[in-house]
Design a protein around this ligand. Structure first.
Ligand code: B1M
Length: 211
């Protein structure tokens, strides 16, 4: 039964059917499935199909927007479960999607998982300029500055932020991620850490702080 509902949830994301996505998410939770499994096996496969169709010019921005709205509606239900934590506080992360980039679904999932692992997370939102990262890093006494980018045209901005942090002498670790980012790119721009997905982001953040 789980499998069928998960497939329906993926389809609801693909169709951009927000109401259906919410109903199915609640049904899956009622049926005892864990939030993480709903995310990994329902929402993510749905958004993967959306990405492929978008790339192949089968659908366009408006369809992607309504798919994103459906995914966000489901995530809003899952958030308290993913972010619930009994873990002791392990450190502070300030995180944002870099300047020029408005993709935030992946970043928001990373935030939920970090909170769930006991991190205090300050969300700087989307289209975040270097100044905002710097200011927040100082004011929040951050241990880690996290950056997300989904566009090949915006990923280079991560280097700008890292260079600014270094130039200002801020003693903070940096972590980067997002679909176009690779470990080699992360190394090339001088980031301290890279994570492929939200679960890895938690492991990497802990490793960076030695906890
Ligand atoms: Co856009 N978009 N989009 N888009 N969009 C992509 C990224 C694209 C790959 C689609 C495609 O062509 N197949 C393509 C980029 C191509 C490129 O750069 N070479 C693209 C494009 C071209 C564009 C526009 C330029 C389209 C246009 O206007 N013509 C435009 C740009 C707007 C801008 O930012 N300035 C645009 C707009 C949009 C929407 C607004 C419609 C919408 C975003 C809605 C929103 O986020 N609120 C959207 C969407 C939804 C997508 C796709 C389909 C899905 C992205 C997503 O949410 N994935 C995407 C296709 C794709 O990625 N395959 C695409 C699900 C999410 C859970 O995964 O974000 O990868 P992801 O996050 C993962 C990991 O990457 C990682 O963990 C997350 C969870 O596991 N991660 C981190 C992310 N951040 C991390 C940070 C970390 C660590 C790990 O540490 C700090």
């Amino acid at each position: 039964m789980h499998k069928e509902l998960l497939q329906q949830l993926a389809q609801a994301v693909i169709d951009g059917n927000k109401d259906q996505a919410e109903t199915l998410t609640n049904q899956l939770l009622d049926a005892g499935l864990e939030a993480k499994a709903i995310l990994d096996n329902g929402l993510m496969p749905g958004m993967d199909v959306v990405g492929q169709r978008f790339r192949d010019n089968l659908i366009f921005v408006p369809e992607v927007l309504i798919a994103a709205r459906a995914m966000k509606a489901s995530l809003a239900i899952l958030e308290p479960l993913l972010a619930a934590s009994n873990a002791p506080q392990v450190g502070t992360v300030v995180i944002g999607t870099v300047k020029g980039d408005i993709h935030d679904i992946g970043k928001n999932i990373v935030i939920m998982m970090l909170r769930g692992a006991g991190f205090r997370v300050v969300d700087l939102g989307i289209d975040t300029p270097a100044e905002k990262f710097l200011q927040a890093a100082r004011e929040e006494n951050a241990d880690i500055v996290g950056m997300s980018a989904l566009l090949t045209t915006t990923m280079g901005y991560m280097k700008t932020v890292i260079e600014r942090l270094k130039a200002e002498g801020l003693r903070v670790k940096t972590m980067v991620g997002g679909a176009p980012i690779s470990p080699a790119f992360a190394e090339q721009i001088g980031a301290d850490g890279y994570a492929k997905n939200a679960a890895e982001a938690v492991d990497k953040a802990k490793a960076l702080l030695g906890v």
